[in-house]
Ligand binder design. Structure first.
Ligand code: FAD
Ligand code: SIN
Length: 570
């Protein structure tokens, strides 16, 4: 499948564009982007670009908490062992070492930016989640950790003169020449294009949950950073590993509302429609087994009982305790007529987190100079095949801190002289352009393609996969990509209202292609990738899968050994 270099096939034909220079451009305003912007502003001028409001992000919805070793009976080596166990043999051990060592310091940093963590008996309160052997999850306002982190960081940013905030500004494509990134082409809400030239670019655009029909992720999670990075020649790693959160409640609008794993950490158990507790049959850790294990067990029970859900039972706690410890979840359940102290909550697995993403090293650097990736968009190798609960928020801040240190060390703080803009836009890379098509791509057509993609990804590249379905999915994606790219070539002549919608669709299709191709290649089951036709883990597959767009526009893949000093620990 040919992948064009730009989502805008003639980026040289920008509309009424202006050019902005900055030292550091941060794309995305979740925890990774907000933290990177604050840290970078201590050394340079920063532009923070985000496609919706500052607060629209996955981070805003994080519930359970952020993992860091603070308890006296806990240790970094325990946190490391738990992370590696959950990661099913695919975690890069040197990155795990970094996380467990540096996350306690980052909690202090977050508090210095005004984030208020819950306290108990005068100390930071710590809870437990799946596959953690110790209480090491800090939380805010009970179950509203993300919202409090976003509040603290956005208030810090809004008072910072070195950070320029551009809300409702949609990053479309990275500008590169040779092996260097020089900035980005973006579009403002008004439809006006902007070209931002920066010495360093931090991609912090979050996850890809919108690839699936049923997800915990909000509308912003359309894999834009992964799509942009792929087109620009960056390496993408571990894209077959998707985490399905086991306990998601369908709200009145049919959207997924997360019922935090912290409920199971506080003793909640899972029951099937017959009222039977089933998790002890599947794993020694029962409800606190790694997420992939719990999600597959629930999926099995749903199939066996022919039901759309199983049930979470936390009725051993009182109403008063539940409303104090889990105020948000309690309120949403109440809105739906469920009193958690008395009733069971119907739950099913939903797409939640992408373990894969833009491949980085331990400093957040990608294979393109000047381009860094941070947060869910990145793949550092920390999570392996399955992320340990609450390690995502910790990873984002640990890596943001390291990225800024690296930028400063490389003395990337002054804007150099990028090549002439036209050279960048016309660059040798712009390659083949699709033939024009006069068909007007209406919004309902975009919606249809997106809806079918989500339905098929759920059934064919979901909790379980197999060769025939993966091949069908690949054929479908390639046909849809062809259709969309043909249209894109004509669209640039007439700015249609659907610009952002169609580029998001292009990015979702790119992510779908990467997930499917990687899942086809990996002939084994491991963590968030389960193949019905290869149900066992195979030692020879203890490798990362890396894909990249080659210089002719086609996907090329390679395998890389996991960095590990440990013997088989999963
Ligand atoms: P996000 O927070 O998703 O931010 C991405 C940003 O990029 C957004 O501002 C978005 O608008 C912007 N953006 C995207 N594309 C573009 C573009 N083209 N141009 C400009 N801007 C763009 N993890 C934990 O560790 N603990 C938890 O308790 C926890 N609970 C969770 C609960 C829920 C419901 C969900 C969905 C996730 C949870 N996670 C949790 C996972 C964690 O929240 C995310 O992995 C993490 O917040 C990702 O942060 P981020 O900064 O990388 O991305
Ligand atoms: C949860 O609260 O269950 C989500 C935690 C996470 O995704 O890390």
């Amino acid at each position: 499948m040919y992948i064009p270099r730009y989502a805008l096939p003639r980026p040289d034909r920008l509309h009424d564009h202006s050019i902005i220079h900055t030292d550091c451009l941060v794309i995305g305003s979740g925890i990774a982007g907000l933290y990177s912007a604050i840290a970078a502003s201590e050394h340079m001028n920063v532009m923070l670009m985000t496609k919706d409001t500052l607060r629209a992000s996955n981070t805003q919805y994080a519930q359970g908490g952020i993992a860091a070793v603070l308890a006296e009976d806990d240790s970094p080596s325990q946190h490391k062992a738990d992370t590696i166990m959950a990661g099913a043999g695919l975690c890069d051990e040197d990155i795990v070492d970094l996380l467990v060592r540096e996350s306690p310091r980052m909690i202090d940093q977050l508090m210095s930016y005004g984030v208020l963590f819950d306290q108990q008996h005068g100390r930071l309160a710590l809870t437990k989640e799946g596959a953690h052997t110790h209480r090491r999850i800090l939380h805010c306002n009970g179950d509203a950790t993300g919202a409090e982190i976003v509040r603290g960081l956005t208030e810090t940013i809004q008072n910072n003169e070195r950070i320029t905030i551009h809300e409702h500004t949609y990053a479309i494509d990275l500008l590169t020449q040779g092996h260097r990134c020089y900035g980005v082409i973006a579009q403002e809400k008004t439809g006006r294009d902007i070209v931002v030239l920066a010495q360093s670019v931090v991609l912090a655009t979050g996850g890809i949950g919108q690839l699936y029909s049923y997800t915990t992720n909000p509308f912003i999670a359309t894999g834009d950073g992964i799509g942009m990075a792929l087109r620009a020649g960056a390496e993408l790693q571990d894209m077959e590993f998707i985490q399905f959160h086991p306990t998601v409640f369908k709200n009145k609008q049919g959207q997924g509302f997360l019922i935090s794993e912290a409920l199971r950490g506080e003793g909640a158990v899972l029951r099937n429609i017959r009222g039977e507790r089933f998790m002890p049959q599947y794993h020694d850790l029962a409800e606190l087994a790694p997420r992939d294990v719990v999600s597959r067990a629930i999926f099995n029970e749903m199939m066996a009982t022919e039901q759309p859900s199983v049930y979470l039972d936390i009725t051993q706690h009182t109403e008063a305790w539940l409303s104090q410890r889990f105020p948000t979840i309690n309120a949403v359940c109440r809105e739906h007529g469920i009193n958690m102290a008395k009733n069971l909550v119907p739950v099913a697995p939903a797409a939640h987190y992408a373990m894969g993403g833009v491949k980085t090293n331990r400093h957040g650097e990608t294979n393109i100079d000047g381009l860094y990736a941070c947060g869910e968009t990145a793949c550092t190798g920390l999570h392996g095949a399955n992320r340990l609960a609450s390690n995502s928020l910790s990873e984002s801040v640990v890596m943001a801190d390291r990225i800024v240190k690296k930028i400063v060390e490389k003395n990337d703080t002054q804007v150099g002289s990028p090549p002439h803009l036209e050279t960048l836009l016309y660059g040798a890379d712009s390659a083949k352009i699709y033939a024009s098509s006069d068909n007007k791509f209406r919004s309902d057509k975009i919606q249809n393609i997106r809806h079918t993609l989500q339905t098929l990804m759920t059934s064919h590249v979901g909790v379980e996969r197999q060769a025939s379905e993966l091949q069908e999915m690949r054929t479908h994606i390639e046909a849809s990509m062809h259709d969309v790219y043909q249209h894109l070539d004509s669209r640039v002549e007439r700015r249609e209202e659907s610009s952002q919608q169609i580029i998001e669709l292009t990015n979702l299709l790119s992510c779908a292609l990467l997930c499917t191709v990687s899942a086809q290649s990996r002939e084994e089951s491991r963590g968030g990738h389960y193949r019905r036709d290869f149900p066992h883990t195979r030692e020879e597959w203890r490798t990362h899968l890396i894909y990249q767009r080659d210089e002719h526009g086609y996907l090329k893949g390679r395998r890389k050994n996991v960095s590990s000093k440990m013997e088989k620990t999963y």
